[in-house]
Ligand binder design. Structure first.
Ligand code: MRU
Length: 359
């Protein structure tokens, strides 16, 4: 299965460049946290869990840079100054990485987990090399845990699929968007493994075409039957009962079950509700933000209008016309049939069930 990111033995982070898929398979190597933040912002790497894991490695790079810098600046072994330097650097890195993309809570979750590891280990460990190793191990753990969690999501979600189901998914919530296997696409993978009889309808997902370019690429590699549809087609297919169930990922789920996900998810959920089609959201617990009471408080990223006026680099809108580009929307909880987490499937009322499962 495709590897979206890899931590090298030489302490560099190798990211599969998702901007040019499926036409080119290239990689970007990051040696600094600033490069990592830039790759997240420009969507070399994307998808909530994947950017969280990437940011965790970014924190390792930040600490390594600070220790190394100080080694050159103050080779007299003044650990006090190294300590101040590392802390300053980690605080700066945390701020930069968290700001790279504001909607997915996984980013802040992973960065905070790394900071907390640093604070604990700093009390216990006397050597900088060892402390760096502990941070590296923590980032690797975040990465490995994500894959295991996705497998569990797949097992739980696939039980909702009946052989022959036509499954709609939006954007890319697959191996590319995670540490591996995928969330919504993990459910689809597992359903295919178990039944050998599903058909996936893939929303193209304008303006960046994550469905058309990335989800179809993943499905093709595993020979899972699929068809790409225009984003506008889903409602019509639902009305004609030409699809049976919807699985999407999410960037953040609030405590009341409101769901922030790729722009267009809200429309899909309303249409699914109108047409009595089950609409499931598949998330690791790192995507659930129990500190936010509702979706109203979720920051929604606005991206460059150029993504709309020049999708994939070709201009489709006349010069002089403005474009608006919200990258995500929020689906109110009432349109969500269930939220699949690794701890179980939550149903309404989500304020109670999510807290019970994950609180
Ligand atoms: O802008 P993107 O491509 O990062 O958006 C990705 C999504 O909206 C995914 O559905 C979400 O992050 C979940 S990925 C498992």
């Amino acid at each position: 299965m495709v590897k979206t990111l890899e931590w090298g033995l030489d302490g560099t982070l190798r990211l599969l460049d998702q901007r040019n898929l499926p036409f080119e398979t290239g990689y970007v190597e990051c040696q600094s946290y600033r490069q990592v933040a830039d790759c997240i912002k420009t969507m070399v790497v994307r998808g909530a869990p994947a950017i969280g894991i990437t940011a965790a490695y970014g924190m390792v790079l930040a600490a390594a840079e600070a220790v190394q810098d100080d080694f050159y600046d103050a080779p007299d072994g003044d650990t006090g100054s190294v300590c101040a330097r590392v802390e300053e650097q980690l605080a700066a890195a945390a701020e930069t990485l968290k700001a790279a993309r504001p909607t997915a809570v996984n980013l802040a979750w992973a960065v905070d987990r790394m900071l907390s590891k640093y604070r604990t280990k700093r009390q216990q460990v006397s050597e900088w090399g060892e402390l760096l190793r502990c941070l590296e191990e923590e980032a690797q753990l975040i990465h490995e845990e994500d894959v295991l969690v996705n497998r569990q999501l797949g097992i739980l979600g696939a039980e909702l699929v009946t052989p022959g189901d036509r499954i709609l998914t939006h954007c890319n919530a697959g191996a590319l968007a995670t540490g591996g296997y995928g969330t919504a696409l993990g459910v689809i993978r597992r359903a295919w493994e178990v039944t050998g009889d599903v058909h996936v309808l893939v929303d193209e997902t304008r303006p960046r075409f994550q469905g058309a370019r990335l989800t179809s690429w993943e499905l093709l590699q595993e020979e899972i039957p699929h068809t790409v549809i225009t984003d506008n087609s889903a409602g019509w297919l639902m009305r004609r009962q030409e699809l049976d169930i919807v699985f999407v990922g999410a960037d953040r789920v609030a405590a009341n079950g409101d769901v922030a996900n790729k722009i267009g998810t809200y429309s899909l959920a309303v249409l699914a509700h109108e047409n009595d089609i089950p609409f499931y959201v598949v998330v690791p617990s790192s995507t659930v933000d129990l500190a936010l009471p509702s979706g109203e408080e979720i920051p929604i990223e606005k991206r460059s209008p150029a993504e709309v006026t020049e999708p994939l680099g070709s201009r489709v809108v006349p010069e002089g016309t403005q474009a608006l580009n919200y990258a995500f929307d929020v689906t109110p909880n009432r349109f969500v049939t269930g939220i699949i987490t690794e701890a179980g499937i939550a149903h309404k009322p989500y304020t109670v069930t999510l807290q019970k499962l994950l609180g």
